[in-house]
Ligand binder design. Structure first.
Ligand code: PGA
Length: 259
């Protein structure tokens, strides 16, 4: 049986702050990833959307797919400052991170997330739907929160839609520079099993089985191997470490190896 594809999604967030620096970073990543045997790995780079068209035009290589960090849920019209899935697709995006906790913290609701997921699918982008609890409690209330957030974020989808969906489990407390460390692989495994169970209950086993479930939150070169080997996941969503070309390239190469 062929190995399941691994997704390594790099989220540059609002970095770097100049086009010159972004180009430097992108060409270094492209160069190092072109040397790697990434047969079963899909590397998805999500830079700030201002850089998408430039990357696509100047550098697009087979080993890097481009994605966006957000989309708007309407296709066109009088929505100052917003960017639709169609528009971002036309400048190179094939994937769209949707419902990232940093967007939810700015006021994005589950309902908006669900509309964005639907908009991405309509435009032919694969949404990477982020869910994650803000805190972990002893009693397991966070499981209830996760279930609600997952169901609400995928509201209105049919089982057939699932073939294009990717779920990223990102516990909010493990994200960013204030987080102490990533989640332990065994805990990631337990939680992603729970996510898969909810998907199966909601959409049926047959349709949900193929949905890639990723982990994100303080992933680095030092913990990626263990997370991939023992986290029960199909890949990683990576923030800070994706801005370090050397570490990130090693991490990609690690993801390309199966043990
Ligand atoms: P981090 O971010 O890897 O810097 O913790 C992950 C994310 O927010 O997607």
């Amino acid at each position: 049986m062929a190995a399941r594809k691994r997704f390594i999604v790099a989220n540059w967030k609002m970095n770097p702050t100049s086009l010159a620096e972004a180009k430097r970073l992108f060409s270094a990543l492209k160069k190092s990833s072109s040397k790697l045997p990434l047969k079963d790995v899909l590397f998805v780079l999500c830079p700030p959307s201002a850089y998408l068209g430039i990357f696509k035009a100047e550098y697009e290589g087979k080993k890097i797919a481009l994605g966006t960090q957000d989309i708007f849920y309407e296709s066109s019209g009088a929505f100052t400052g917003e960017q639709s899935a169609e528009l971002l697709k036309s400048v190179g995006a094939r994937f769209a991170i949707v419902g990232h906790s940093e967007r939810r913290a700015l006021g994005e609701t589950d309902d908006m997330v669900a509309r964005k997921v639907a908009a991405a699918l309509r435009a032919g982008l694969r949404p990477v739907v982020c869910i994650g609890e803000r805190v972990r409690d002893e009693r397991g209330d966070y499981l209830h929160f996760l279930e609600e957030e997952l169901r609400a974020s995928l509201k209105g989808l049919s089982p057939q839609n699932l073939k294009d969906i990717i779920v990223a489990y990102e516990p909010v407390w493990a994200i960013g520079k204030d987080a102490k460390e990533a989640m332990k692989p065994a805990d990631v495994h337990e939680t992603t099993l729970f996510v898969r169970k909810i998907l199966a209950e909601r959409f049926g086993r047959e349709h949900s089985r193929g949905v890639p479930v990723l982990y994100g939150g303080s992933v680095s070169l030092s913990n990626a191997g263990a997370l991939l080997a023992r986290g029960g996941i199909d890949g990683l969503l990576i923030g800070r470490e994706s801005l370090d070309v050397k570490n990130f390239s090693e991490l990609l190469s690690l993801a390309g190896k199966r043990t």
